[in-house]
Design a protein around this ligand. Structure first.
Ligand code: ATP
Ligand code: MG
Ligand code: FE
Length: 344
């Protein structure tokens, strides 16, 4: 059976097609992404109205491209992200998916974007078992306990203020590096000294029992450092700030993720979301997981950012488990929480 999945929660219009084999194995046949990111760059962040309009324009061509690349005329099921995300953006993709499902007479699956960031790892390195998932993106920073994709995901902790990707974007703006900040800082950090400035590691003390994160103090500390240099006219090596900031983020994320695995006795750590593309995070996670005897899974960077593959990954798991389809009347939910894999 083949499944078509549509992702439109933020600024990427993603359409992917997968084949679910009888033995439960899922094969990705196509994964096409059209991004409106460049249209948001001059505003320093995603503008919801521009994103919705871009989805509207990109949707049908992207569906056609995905079908053509997969060599599929009519899939056996259609799925879409129903939340969380920008309401207008979600509305475009989920309404289109419902319309395709109605026109083709196929079942429709309304899936959770956050679960998609976890499930997509199944396309890199084989089927997913129980794991702790560190989800780090522009809008989210969470530690999750995943038993299987068809059981409710348990949130172990989340950020109490900024998301990790948001911190990257804000610090890049402070340094005048442009948007999105993650890739620029990542590149610049390579030529800086990660030990140059001892930036604070939020919520890493012994009393922080819950697996929560805080990045606003780090961002403020970077701002203070820049202000101080401007005030006393001293030279500030931007690459050193980038490297030291990146080190602080990677240190906190990996420390807390490994601690969550150890506390729960879970032997697999999965990292997903746009920030999982970060080179230092990947490196430090590999090192600390090896030291703790934990298997680390990080999908290739292309699968970490928003795409249709994450939607078909969830839908394929639901299909393989014989889950009931969603009603065509389900509404997009911008605030959908991670416990809900599928909205019926
Ligand atoms: P969400 O998935 O939470 O709805 P989103 O669409 O913003 O939000 P993604 O597309 O998964 O999330 O990720 C985008 C974020 O990832 C941006 O904040 C960007 O700066 C960050 N990012 C991308 N590449 C890197 C990198 N190499 N290092 C650090 N951060 C990165
Ligand atoms: Mg995005
Ligand atoms: Fe995302």
């Amino acid at each position: 059976r083949t499944v078509l999945g549509i992702e439109s929660s933020c600024d990427e219009t993603g359409v992917a097609i997968a084949r679910v084999h009888d033995d439960g194995r899922t094969e990705l046949l196509s994964d096409v992404v059209a991004s409106s990111m460049s249209e948001h760059a001059r505003f320093g962040g995603v503008v919801p109205e521009i994103a919705s309009r871009a989805h509207l324009e990109a949707l049908v061509p992207t569906v056609r491209a995905a079908l053509a690349e997969a060599g599929v005329d009519r899939p056996d099921a259609v799925a879409a992200t129903i939340g969380p995300g920008l309401s207008g953006a979600l509305l475009v993709g989920s309404s289109a998916a419902k319309a395709y499902a109605a026109a083709w007479g196929t079942p429709f699956y309304a899936v959770n974007h956050l679960v998609g960031h976890v499930a997509v790892a199944g396309f890199d390195g084989g089927p997913l078992g129980e794991c702790v998932a560190l989800l780090v993106s522009g809008g989210h920073t969470q530690l999750l306990h995943v038993r299987s994709l068809t059981e409710p995901v348990v949130e172990l902790g989340s950020t109490v203020d900024d998301a990790a990707g948001e911190a990257y974007d804000k610090v890049a703006r402070l340094l005048g590096l442009g948007y999105p900040g993650g890739p620029v800082i990542d590149r610049l950090a390579a030529s800086g000294d990660p030990a140059a400035i001892p930036f604070p590691r939020g919520m890493t003390g012994p009393r922080d029992a819950r697996h929560d994160f805080s990045f606003s103090g780090l961002k403020t500390s970077v701002a203070r450092r820049i202000e101080a240099a401007e005030r006393d006219g001293s030279h500030l090596e931007v690459a050193d700030v980038a490297a030291s900031f990146q080190e602080a983020v990677a240190d906190v994320l990996t420390m807390k993720a490994v601690r969550a695995c150890t506390d729960l006795g879970v032997r697999t750590l999965l990292i997903g979301g746009g920030v999982a593309a970060n080179s230092r995070l990947r490196e430090l996670a590999a090192q600390r997981c090896a030291d703790a005897g934990i298997l680390l899974r990080v999908p290739r960077p292309r699968l970490c950012t928003d795409n249709g593959a994450m939607v078909v990954a969830v839908a394929s798991a639901l299909l393989a488990a014989g889950a009931e389809p969603s009603a065509l009347t389900v509404a997009a939910d911008p605030g959908l929480t991670v416990e809900v894999t599928q909205v019926v």
